[in-house]
Write a protein that binds this ligand. Structure first.
Ligand SMILES: [Zn+2]
Length: 354
């Protein structure tokens, strides 16, 4: 997973990159934030970045929102993209299932977990994971066997990577008997070993673990219901006008002047991020990756049915790039009217020439 695949959170990502560049990566970090704010995806992309042998830097004049990224092509990135790197260890809540009736551990569910993460492009939620495993009402834990496996895998010398990485997802689900073992490892760090712990529930983490990890606060990107419905209405109205960019450019200008300019810079950025989400969401639904949540659920049926047909494998990347460019220009105090007009015409073109 590359940073560029996470179409949000570039401020946080850039700060992680800067810390890595200064070689100040702390050996145990706690990524804390709402599940919807993509903490797992960020941690995974961060681990891939740290181990990439051919990191990409974007200079100031580039249109990238992020300052650097992993290459996505080197041997390490290749293995990371399949979650099959021998120095990447994944630990997550698990329980007994029809298939694994006893002595369950993360290790035994690794194939399922990889498949789940890849299907969700790293944006994983605990309830979805339990549904995926089909465990009914059972709740998972990170158990003593998991803790023992962590110790076992760390005692093996790293195969090939700069950093051996241990990602522990939902560390708040750590079973109390397993906690002392984890604590001991965090106290006596192994060389070049990085612990990325992830949680949305800091209250349920032992203070002793909290005190041994550096906190990485993940900003909330979940929109409030009010903002979401406001942005959704505006998005539909704006996109409809974009489709008619050839003949009715005045309609676009009218919407920009009446609705978008008055939002102010921060909200314009929020709105553009929301637009990115809608494009990503509609595309993933269209190609069958996501069957759960449709951001267009509450808009009119005609738009909901027709809109996805204009997003294709040919134009989706260009669409992301154009919206990200607009966010950057708004951030750099570009004239909002010009930025949005330019974006509208480009989006109209890309959608009509899918
Ligand atoms: Zn690479």
């Amino acid at each position: 997973m590359q940073f560029s695949q996470i179409i949000e959170q570039h401020e946080l990502i850039n700060s992680l990159i800067r810390i890595a560049d200064k070689k100040r990566v702390s050996h145990a970090q706690l990524f804390f934030g709402e599940e919807q704010s993509k903490p797992f995806a960020i941690a995974l992309a961060y681990a891939q970045y740290l181990n990439c042998s051919n990191k990409i830097r974007f200079n100031e004049n580039s249109d990238s929102l992020i300052i650097a990224d992993s290459c996505g092509k080197c041997l390490s990135c290749n293995k990371y993209s399949k979650l099959s790197h021998p120095d990447l260890h994944l630990v997550f809540p698990n329980t007994t299932t029809k298939k694994i009736e006893s002595k369950n551990s993360s290790e035994l569910f690794l194939n399922e977990f990889r498949d789940f993460v890849l299907r969700k492009s790293g944006n994983i939620l605990l309830d979805d994971w339990y549904n995926y495993l089909d465990v009914g009402n059972k709740q998972g834990t990170i158990n003593v066997r998991d803790a023992n496996n962590i110790i076992k895998s760390l005692s093996v010398k790293s195969y090939e990577a700069d950093y051996k990485v241990m990602i522990i997802w939902c560390v708040d689900k750590l079973y109390y008997e397993a906690a002392p073992k984890l604590l001991k490892i965090l106290e006596e760090p192994y060389e070049n070993t990085l612990f990325l712990l992830i949680t949305n529930d800091r209250e349920n983490i032992l203070p002793t673990i909290l005190s041994r990890t550096q906190l990485v606060k993940i900003p909330n990107i979940k929109y409030t219901k009010v903002a979401e419905s406001k942005y959704l209405l505006l998005f539909v109205e704006w996109l409809r006008s974009c489709f008619l960019y050839r003949t009715k450019v005045n309609d676009i200008i009218l919407i920009i002047e009446k609705e978008i300019v008055k939002l102010g810079r921060e909200e314009q950025k929020q709105f553009l991020k929301f637009a990115l989400e809608v494009f990503q969401n509609s595309f993933s639904i269209k190609i069958g990756l996501n069957k759960l949540d449709n951001l267009l659920e509450h808009c009119d049926e005609k738009f909901r049915t027709n809109f996805p047909s204009f997003i294709t494998e040919n134009n989706i990347e260009h669409i992301y790039k154009e919206i990200e460019k607009a966010i950057l220009h708004i951030e750099r105090n570009g004239n909002a009217k010009m930025v949005f007009l330019d974006l509208s015409i480009r989006l109209g073109f890309l959608l009509m020439n899918k």
